[in-house]
Design a protein around this ligand. Sequence first.
Ligand SMILES: [Cu+2]
Length: 550
Amino acid sequence: MRERDRGGLTRRQLLGIGGSLGLMTAAGFSTAAVLGTRPASTSAQLISRVPLPSPYTVPLPIPAVLKPVSTTGGVDRYELTQREVRTQILPGVSSRLWTYDGTFPGPTIEARRGRPVTIEHSNELPVPTVVHLHGGHTPASSDGYPTDLVLPHGWSGVAGSEANASSGMHDMSDMHGMTGMDAMSGMHDPRAVVTRLHREYTYPSQQRPTQLWYHDHRMDFTAPAIWRGLAGMHIIRDDDEQSLGLPAGDRELPLMITDRAFAADGDLAYPALDPTLKSRPGVEERYVGGVFGDVILVNGAPWPVHEVDAARYRLRILNASNARQYNLEAITDDGRKLNLVQIGADQGLLATPVTLSAVPIAPAERYDVVIDFTGMPIGSRVRLVNTLGSGRTRDVMAFRVARAATDGSRIPHTLATDLPTWRRSDASAVRDFAFRAGRMGSGQGWLIDGKPFDPDRPDVTTALGDVEVWRLIADADHPVHLHLVGFRILTRNGHEPLPHDTGLKDTVSLRPGEAVEIITRFEGWSGRYLFHCHNAEHEDMGMMANLELA
Ligand SMILES: [Cu+2]
């Protein structure tokens, strides 16, 4: 009953956090100006209460590749169980995590273009979950809409949903017309498709080869769920890409970068208003801008080190942090900067390589880069540092050049010829969206065009096949993500895009005060999708909207 009453308040009231930011905004100062007085970001950093290891002592783990349970009929079928485990992230410190199949990151899915993948997720966690494949070109029914929940055993926190929840998940026809999680958000969502214990997600794998990632996307609770460990990588490959001769095998490294903090008992620290994550969404007031940790993890290990050959390596970098941005530079022990040659973006290979001296990466973005250790002295070290960090958050990871080696890899001048070339004149609509802080009930939220997320409100309805230009503006750092489609960046602040903007994207990083124009064609499937800020705290606090394809 309490849950129901509390739900009736809506999360707008629950987020009743009239902080200084909100007051200053109300007093007429532009938020950007307020935020501009803070360094780099509006986020606040948690401090760990356990001893932290020295940098570059823990070996870099490579997440295991998940084995399919079946490959018959041209479909790769997988099963994953979401469950809580105790594990060591920091040496000698036991931490409770929420995981996909017991590990953080979750196991990597390796998909072949043209071979559909199905994944049956089982939820053994104490809260509802929903899985989104970030960057996936996915039918709406498998896209992980935030109210399409998989309820756990004995769930009673969501009045209304339980009675309607399906007892099975295989008969999809059974699931239509169920009532969504209205108690939690105070919003009724008649279109939600809720299941109990299990759900099968289908990914057609028709899209360009690239690095995707899967993570929890539950309404109002995405940020703490990802923070606790619900994230994994999903890579799509094809023969064309493999024939290019890029560094491969042991010389291709998926790198999931996250920041975390640890409480005195060894568990992850997170400033949730309701640490059970069952009913009350939101974070303590000073973290409303986003949660930073003071420990940098790569593939779940703190400031790891990896032994490499003196050869080229392909680094597939994912920023899976909730709010932290990185500007990554590769620096040798004698202070030299190594180039990072960008070969791919969120949605696959670039047309041609772009040589960067630094890789700026916002939450949810992926950068596919080649680094060349050829000629480095054996025994020497290359550190990957974050120039936006300070103190220990400046360190990310290191490579130790362990041995000389032959290298048959190459970086072809032409990487791909299939990038979309939408032109402004193709667009049937131009839309404007403002990503800004604002009042949400009695407190501060993060809004798109002045409105917090409401599953029941159509925000954008567009026709399949239409090309559109979207003009996005931001008051603070907002990495803006569109579900279903990739897009290209047309302009940044009225100028040419930046050198690292050239590829096909699904997330674009807007810095404070920036305006970016993107162009895309909405194609695939009709149904309900999303666009939102991928600062996960902003997303939970309203900065999300509906994208309906008709
Ligand atoms: Cu944001």
